[in-house]
Design a protein around this ligand. Sequence first.
Ligand SMILES: [Zn+2]
Ligand SMILES: [Zn+2]
Ligand SMILES: [Zn+2]
Ligand SMILES: [Zn+2]
Ligand SMILES: [Zn+2]
Length: 288
Amino acid sequence: MGYDIERFVGYVNEGLLCSICRDVLEDPLQAPCEHAFCTACIHGWLVHHSNCPEDRQVVDVSMLRPLYRYMKNDLNRLQLHCKNREYGCEMVCSLESIDRHERECEYSQIPCSNAGCTVQVERRNLDVHLAVCEYRSRECPNGCGYTILSAEDTQHNCVAELRTELELLRSEMICRVEEAKHEMESRLDSQRRHMVQKESILQNEIEELKSQMSRMMSDVRSLMAAERQHRQELEQAELEKRELMELLRGLQKDCRLSTTEGSRKSANFRPLTRLESAKRKPREVTVI
Ligand SMILES: [Zn+2]
Ligand SMILES: [Zn+2]
Ligand SMILES: [Zn+2]
Ligand SMILES: [Zn+2]
Ligand SMILES: [Zn+2]
Protein backbone atom coordinates (compact mmCIF):
# COMPACT_ATOMS: atom_id res chain seq x y z
CA MET A 1 0.00 0.00 0.00
CA GLY A 2 3.07 2.28 -0.19
CA TYR A 3 5.06 4.24 2.42
CA ASP A 4 3.48 7.58 3.40
CA ILE A 5 5.51 10.20 1.58
CA GLU A 6 5.38 12.45 4.68
CA ARG A 7 7.78 10.07 6.46
CA PHE A 8 10.61 10.68 3.98
CA VAL A 9 13.50 13.07 4.57
CA GLY A 10 14.28 15.20 1.47
CA TYR A 11 13.14 14.98 -2.12
CA VAL A 12 11.59 11.79 -3.54
CA ASN A 13 11.78 11.25 -7.32
CA GLU A 14 8.33 11.14 -8.97
CA GLY A 15 9.32 7.81 -10.61
CA LEU A 16 9.52 6.11 -7.21
CA LEU A 17 5.87 6.79 -6.44
CA CYS A 18 3.10 4.24 -7.02
CA SER A 19 0.71 5.29 -9.81
CA ILE A 20 -2.20 3.93 -7.81
CA CYS A 21 -1.72 4.97 -4.13
CA ARG A 22 0.58 7.94 -4.90
CA ASP A 23 2.83 6.90 -1.96
CA VAL A 24 6.44 5.67 -2.14
CA LEU A 25 6.63 2.19 -3.75
CA GLU A 26 6.42 -0.74 -1.34
CA ASP A 27 7.46 -4.16 -2.71
CA PRO A 28 7.37 -2.73 -6.28
CA LEU A 29 6.53 -4.33 -9.68
CA GLN A 30 6.53 -2.69 -13.11
CA ALA A 31 4.39 -3.16 -16.22
CA PRO A 32 5.78 -3.39 -19.81
CA CYS A 33 4.96 0.33 -20.20
CA GLU A 34 7.52 0.93 -17.37
CA HIS A 35 4.96 2.29 -14.91
CA ALA A 36 5.66 1.00 -11.37
CA PHE A 37 3.27 0.03 -8.62
CA CYS A 38 3.23 -1.50 -5.16
CA THR A 39 2.55 -5.25 -5.53
CA ALA A 40 -0.64 -5.01 -3.42
CA CYS A 41 -1.88 -1.95 -5.38
CA ILE A 42 -1.46 -3.40 -8.89
CA HIS A 43 -2.84 -6.85 -7.91
CA GLY A 44 -5.91 -5.11 -6.47
CA TRP A 45 -6.29 -3.00 -9.64
CA LEU A 46 -6.01 -5.99 -12.02
CA VAL A 47 -8.89 -7.78 -10.27
CA HIS A 48 -11.29 -5.44 -12.11
CA HIS A 49 -9.08 -4.00 -14.90
CA SER A 50 -6.73 -5.38 -17.54
CA ASN A 51 -4.72 -2.26 -18.35
CA CYS A 52 -2.23 0.21 -16.88
CA PRO A 53 -4.03 2.79 -14.70
CA GLU A 54 -1.65 5.46 -16.03
CA ASP A 55 -1.79 5.02 -19.85
CA ARG A 56 -4.46 2.29 -20.39
CA GLN A 57 -2.07 -0.08 -22.16
CA VAL A 58 -2.97 -3.77 -21.86
CA VAL A 59 -1.50 -5.47 -18.71
CA ASP A 60 -2.13 -8.70 -16.86
CA VAL A 61 -0.45 -10.25 -13.79
CA SER A 62 1.87 -12.47 -15.88
CA MET A 63 3.38 -9.37 -17.56
CA LEU A 64 4.53 -7.76 -14.29
CA ARG A 65 8.32 -7.72 -13.69
CA PRO A 66 10.65 -6.59 -10.84
CA LEU A 67 11.69 -2.97 -10.82
CA TYR A 68 14.87 -1.98 -12.74
CA ARG A 69 17.88 -2.44 -10.50
CA TYR A 70 18.93 1.25 -10.60
CA MET A 71 15.42 2.29 -9.51
CA LYS A 72 15.41 -0.35 -6.79
CA ASN A 73 18.77 1.03 -5.52
CA ASP A 74 17.42 4.59 -5.52
CA LEU A 75 14.37 3.40 -3.59
CA ASN A 76 16.44 1.50 -1.00
CA ARG A 77 18.62 4.51 -0.34
CA LEU A 78 15.70 6.82 0.55
CA GLN A 79 15.79 7.97 4.19
CA LEU A 80 12.62 7.90 6.27
CA HIS A 81 11.38 8.22 9.83
CA CYS A 82 10.34 5.21 11.94
CA LYS A 83 6.58 4.62 11.87
CA ASN A 84 6.61 5.11 15.66
CA ARG A 85 7.74 8.72 15.36
CA GLU A 86 4.46 9.92 16.86
CA TYR A 87 5.13 7.76 19.96
CA GLY A 88 8.58 9.25 20.39
CA CYS A 89 10.96 7.24 18.18
CA GLU A 90 13.54 9.59 16.64
CA MET A 91 14.99 6.95 14.31
CA VAL A 92 15.66 7.86 10.67
CA CYS A 93 17.13 5.17 8.45
CA SER A 94 17.18 3.88 4.86
CA LEU A 95 14.12 2.23 3.38
CA GLU A 96 16.23 -0.93 3.03
CA SER A 97 16.70 -1.26 6.80
CA ILE A 98 13.47 0.29 8.09
CA ASP A 99 11.70 -3.08 8.49
CA ARG A 100 14.53 -4.46 10.62
CA HIS A 101 14.42 -1.37 12.86
CA GLU A 102 10.67 -1.39 13.21
CA ARG A 103 10.64 -5.06 14.25
CA GLU A 104 12.88 -4.15 17.18
CA CYS A 105 11.75 -0.55 17.75
CA GLU A 106 11.33 0.20 21.45
CA TYR A 107 8.23 2.23 20.63
CA SER A 108 6.40 -0.58 18.79
CA GLN A 109 3.19 -1.79 20.39
CA ILE A 110 3.51 -5.45 21.37
CA PRO A 111 1.17 -7.79 23.26
CA CYS A 112 1.97 -8.75 26.85
CA SER A 113 3.81 -12.10 26.96
CA ASN A 114 1.67 -13.56 29.76
CA ALA A 115 -0.88 -16.10 28.56
CA GLY A 116 -4.41 -14.69 28.86
CA CYS A 117 -3.37 -11.02 29.09
CA THR A 118 -4.72 -8.85 26.25
CA VAL A 119 -2.80 -5.68 27.15
CA GLN A 120 -0.68 -4.08 24.38
CA VAL A 121 2.33 -2.06 25.52
CA GLU A 122 5.31 -0.37 23.92
CA ARG A 123 8.24 -2.76 23.88
CA ARG A 124 10.25 -0.43 26.16
CA ASN A 125 7.45 -0.60 28.76
CA LEU A 126 6.97 -4.35 28.76
CA ASP A 127 9.02 -4.92 31.94
CA VAL A 128 7.05 -2.27 33.81
CA HIS A 129 3.80 -3.91 32.73
CA LEU A 130 5.01 -7.44 33.52
CA ALA A 131 5.72 -6.38 37.08
CA VAL A 132 2.06 -5.45 37.61
CA CYS A 133 0.34 -7.68 35.02
CA GLU A 134 -2.65 -9.48 36.50
CA TYR A 135 -1.64 -12.58 34.61
CA ARG A 136 1.88 -12.80 36.00
CA SER A 137 2.38 -15.93 38.01
CA ARG A 138 4.79 -17.26 40.58
CA GLU A 139 5.24 -20.49 42.47
CA CYS A 140 3.41 -20.66 45.80
CA PRO A 141 5.84 -19.48 48.50
CA ASN A 142 4.35 -21.98 50.98
CA GLY A 143 5.62 -24.93 48.97
CA CYS A 144 2.37 -26.49 47.79
CA GLY A 145 3.87 -26.61 44.28
CA TYR A 146 1.15 -24.51 42.64
CA THR A 147 1.77 -21.66 40.24
CA ILE A 148 -0.41 -18.76 41.36
CA LEU A 149 -1.67 -16.04 39.02
CA SER A 150 -1.23 -12.67 40.73
CA ALA A 151 -4.96 -11.96 40.29
CA GLU A 152 -5.70 -15.03 42.43
CA ASP A 153 -2.91 -14.38 44.91
CA THR A 154 -5.11 -13.50 47.89
CA GLN A 155 -7.53 -16.37 47.34
CA HIS A 156 -4.83 -19.03 47.15
CA ASN A 157 -5.23 -21.66 49.83
CA CYS A 158 -2.69 -24.46 49.76
CA VAL A 159 -4.89 -26.94 51.64
CA ALA A 160 -7.90 -26.27 49.42
CA GLU A 161 -5.79 -26.60 46.26
CA LEU A 162 -4.26 -29.84 47.43
CA ARG A 163 -7.63 -31.19 48.49
CA THR A 164 -9.05 -30.42 45.06
CA GLU A 165 -6.06 -32.14 43.51
CA LEU A 166 -6.57 -35.13 45.77
CA GLU A 167 -10.25 -35.36 44.83
CA LEU A 168 -9.29 -35.26 41.18
CA LEU A 169 -6.74 -38.01 41.61
CA ARG A 170 -9.20 -40.07 43.61
CA SER A 171 -11.92 -39.83 41.00
CA GLU A 172 -9.40 -40.62 38.29
CA MET A 173 -8.30 -43.68 40.23
CA ILE A 174 -11.90 -44.82 40.77
CA CYS A 175 -12.44 -44.41 37.07
CA ARG A 176 -9.40 -46.54 36.28
CA VAL A 177 -10.40 -49.21 38.76
CA GLU A 178 -13.86 -49.31 37.18
CA GLU A 179 -12.32 -49.68 33.76
CA ALA A 180 -10.08 -52.49 34.93
CA LYS A 181 -13.06 -54.17 36.58
CA HIS A 182 -15.12 -53.97 33.43
CA GLU A 183 -12.32 -55.36 31.36
CA MET A 184 -11.81 -58.21 33.80
CA GLU A 185 -15.53 -58.96 33.87
CA SER A 186 -15.81 -59.04 30.12
CA ARG A 187 -12.77 -61.32 29.95
CA LEU A 188 -14.33 -63.62 32.58
CA ASP A 189 -17.60 -63.56 30.68
CA SER A 190 -16.02 -64.72 27.49
CA GLN A 191 -14.15 -67.44 29.37
CA ARG A 192 -17.38 -68.50 30.98
CA ARG A 193 -19.13 -68.70 27.63
CA HIS A 194 -16.22 -70.75 26.33
CA MET A 195 -16.46 -73.13 29.31
CA VAL A 196 -20.20 -73.52 28.88
CA GLN A 197 -19.68 -74.41 25.25
CA LYS A 198 -16.97 -76.90 26.16
CA GLU A 199 -19.15 -78.37 28.88
CA SER A 200 -22.01 -78.96 26.51
CA ILE A 201 -19.67 -80.66 24.04
CA LEU A 202 -18.35 -82.88 26.81
CA GLN A 203 -21.89 -83.58 27.99
CA ASN A 204 -22.79 -84.73 24.50
CA GLU A 205 -19.75 -86.97 24.40
CA ILE A 206 -20.71 -88.44 27.77
CA GLU A 207 -24.24 -89.13 26.51
CA GLU A 208 -22.83 -90.80 23.44
CA LEU A 209 -20.49 -92.95 25.54
CA LYS A 210 -23.34 -93.86 27.88
CA SER A 211 -25.52 -95.03 25.03
CA GLN A 212 -22.62 -97.00 23.57
CA MET A 213 -22.09 -98.58 26.95
CA SER A 214 -25.74 -99.49 27.36
CA ARG A 215 -25.71 -101.11 23.90
CA MET A 216 -22.64 -103.09 24.90
CA MET A 217 -24.24 -104.10 28.23
CA SER A 218 -27.29 -105.41 26.44
CA ASP A 219 -25.04 -107.29 24.02
CA VAL A 220 -23.19 -108.80 26.97
CA ARG A 221 -26.48 -109.73 28.65
CA SER A 222 -27.77 -111.47 25.56
CA LEU A 223 -24.43 -113.26 25.14
CA MET A 224 -24.62 -114.42 28.77
CA ALA A 225 -28.18 -115.62 28.27
CA ALA A 226 -27.10 -117.53 25.19
CA GLU A 227 -24.22 -118.97 27.17
CA ARG A 228 -26.58 -120.05 30.00
CA GLN A 229 -28.91 -121.65 27.49
CA HIS A 230 -26.01 -123.44 25.89
CA ARG A 231 -24.81 -124.75 29.25
CA GLN A 232 -28.31 -126.00 30.16
CA GLU A 233 -28.51 -127.80 26.86
CA LEU A 234 -25.09 -129.33 27.52
CA GLU A 235 -26.18 -130.46 31.00
CA GLN A 236 -29.34 -131.95 29.54
CA ALA A 237 -27.33 -133.77 26.91
CA GLU A 238 -24.93 -135.03 29.57
CA LEU A 239 -27.87 -136.33 31.59
CA GLU A 240 -29.35 -138.13 28.65
CA LYS A 241 -25.95 -139.54 27.76
CA ARG A 242 -25.56 -140.90 31.28
CA GLU A 243 -29.03 -142.49 31.16
CA LEU A 244 -28.30 -144.02 27.81
CA MET A 245 -25.00 -145.40 29.13
CA GLU A 246 -26.81 -146.91 32.10
CA LEU A 247 -29.42 -148.41 29.86
CA LEU A 248 -26.68 -149.83 27.70
CA ARG A 249 -24.93 -151.38 30.72
CA GLY A 250 -28.29 -152.83 31.86
CA LEU A 251 -28.88 -154.36 28.49
CA GLN A 252 -25.42 -155.94 28.46
CA LYS A 253 -26.02 -157.49 31.93
CA ASP A 254 -29.39 -158.79 30.81
CA CYS A 255 -27.76 -160.29 27.81
CA ARG A 256 -25.12 -162.14 29.97
CA LEU A 257 -27.80 -163.40 32.38
CA SER A 258 -29.97 -164.86 29.64
CA THR A 259 -27.05 -166.83 28.20
CA THR A 260 -25.71 -168.37 31.51
CA GLU A 261 -28.95 -168.87 33.44
CA GLY A 262 -31.61 -169.22 30.71
CA SER A 263 -33.80 -171.68 32.78
CA ARG A 264 -33.93 -169.48 35.91
CA LYS A 265 -34.96 -166.43 34.03
CA SER A 266 -38.24 -165.91 35.82
CA ALA A 267 -36.83 -166.42 39.33
CA ASN A 268 -33.91 -164.01 38.84
CA PHE A 269 -36.00 -161.14 37.85
CA ARG A 270 -34.31 -157.76 38.62
CA PRO A 271 -35.81 -154.27 38.50
CA LEU A 272 -35.55 -152.62 35.13
CA THR A 273 -34.84 -149.01 34.38
CA ARG A 274 -37.69 -146.89 33.34
CA LEU A 275 -36.70 -147.24 29.75
CA GLU A 276 -36.35 -150.98 29.87
CA SER A 277 -39.62 -151.45 31.66
CA ALA A 278 -41.39 -149.35 29.13
CA LYS A 279 -39.95 -151.39 26.33
CA ARG A 280 -40.41 -154.77 27.92
CA LYS A 281 -43.79 -154.41 29.50
CA PRO A 282 -45.71 -156.88 27.34
CA ARG A 283 -43.19 -159.72 28.05
CA GLU A 284 -42.91 -159.02 31.80
CA VAL A 285 -46.68 -159.32 32.21
CA THR A 286 -46.61 -162.81 30.70
CA VAL A 287 -43.68 -163.83 32.94
CA ILE A 288 -45.50 -162.81 36.15
ZN1 LIG B 1 0.77 1.81 -4.19
ZN1 LIG C 1 1.62 2.40 -18.03
ZN1 LIG D 1 11.50 3.24 15.88
ZN1 LIG E 1 0.00 -8.46 30.91
ZN1 LIG F 1 0.17 -22.92 48.00
